[in-house]
Design a binder for this molecule. Structure first.
Ligand SMILES: Cc1cc2nc3c(=O)[nH]c(=O)nc-3n(C[C@H](O)[C@H](O)[C@H](O)COP(=O)(O)O)c2cc1C
Ligand code: SF4
Ligand code: SF4
Length: 253
């Protein structure tokens, strides 16, 4: 069983790759949380996979929430995680292990996977050629990770250990999640996609335009990057930084 969380499709594409190779099923963590489907029963010899993006060197709120509520029927299955990132997962491996351990789940292996960076409030979105280049490298890395999972290895042990720095990154995440940073341009056509895809139901369409009804969100960047009119902005830089959506997710619409 492979549980994933995604804002712009990288982690979904990676989860699908591993599921296909291993003959397993994928489940979206945000959907499982909304439907309260949080009991997991694994088949004989089946592993538990977790695939999600790193946010500010740590875990997205949805992943923390999901891992705190997941009920595993097996005693100690092999649990592996693939953390997608633009460059570095920082201390996410350590946070993941401790959050899961609090719910009695031991994470055996964590693998960072570099994919295109979707955080356009800070960085310019990679162009088409760059995206192809990064995804090609990611394909090779996923093959390596797959053999690690198959041999039940211990994952990447080179984790970042800067405690103070990762604590300040988490404070930045808390501040960044304030939905007051979002705004909508007049180019919005009221299609409702942003409302439908928000993993934490933080958006509601009012008179055909999105309003953020919660004070904080997961900051997945799904609404902003996937809006067909690029009408959603966050802070000052997103108007010029472009947008990123994994080609597989973009093709699905
Ligand atoms: C709020 C936020 C914070 C991020 N922080 C980091 C980070 O600390 N390090 C990093 O390498 N990438 C960071 N990224 C980039 C994503 O982790 C990366 O693009 C990921 O593959 C996106 O996955 P998704 O397409 O499944 O949503 C961040 C992205 C977001 C939205
Ligand atoms: S996805 Fe974009 S165009 Fe559609 S309702 Fe939301 S902001 Fe408007
Ligand atoms: S409001 Fe936008 S960025 Fe925040 S969780 Fe919802 S889709 Fe993601």
């Amino acid at each position: 069983m492979i549980y994933y969380f995604t804002g712009t499709g990288n982690s979904q594409a990676a989860a699908r790759f591993f599921a296909e190779q291993m003959g397993e099923e994928t489940v979206d963590m945000a959907v499982a949380l909304k439907k309260r489907e949080l009991s997991c029963r694994l088949g004989e010899g089946e592993t538990l996979g977790l695939v999600f993006p790193v946010y500010y060197w740590g875990l997205p709120t949805v992943v923390v929430n999901f891992l705190s509520k997941l009920k595993l029927s097996e005693e100690s299955p092999y649990v592996w995680a693939v953390v997608t990132c633009g460059s570095s997962i920082g201390a996410a491996d350590r946070q993941l292990k401790s959050v899961a351990a609090r719910n009695g789940i031991q994470v055996n292996a964590v693998y960072p996977l570099v994919m295109p960076d979707n955080f356009v409030p800070m960085f310019r979105a990679p162009g088409e050629e760059k995206v192809k280049e990064i995804l090609k490298k990611a394909d090779g890395r996923m093959e390596e990770i797959l053999s690690g999972i198959r041999t039940r290895d211990g994952g990447d042990q080179s984790g970042f250990r800067g405690l103070a720095l990762s604590a300040s990154m988490q404070a930045l995440y808390r501040n960044g999640r304030k939905t007051s940073h979002f705004s909508v341009d007049p180019s919005c056509v009221g299609c409702g996609l942003c409302e439908t895809i928000c993993p934490v139901s933080a958006i509601r369409l009012v008179d055909g335009r999105p309003e953020w009804k919660k004070e904080q969100c997961a900051l997945c960047m799904g609404c902003l990057n996937r809006c067909p009119k690029q009408a959603i902005q966050y802070g000052k830089r997103t108007r010029k930084n472009g947008r990123y959506v994994h080609p597989g997710m973009a093709a699905e619409g």
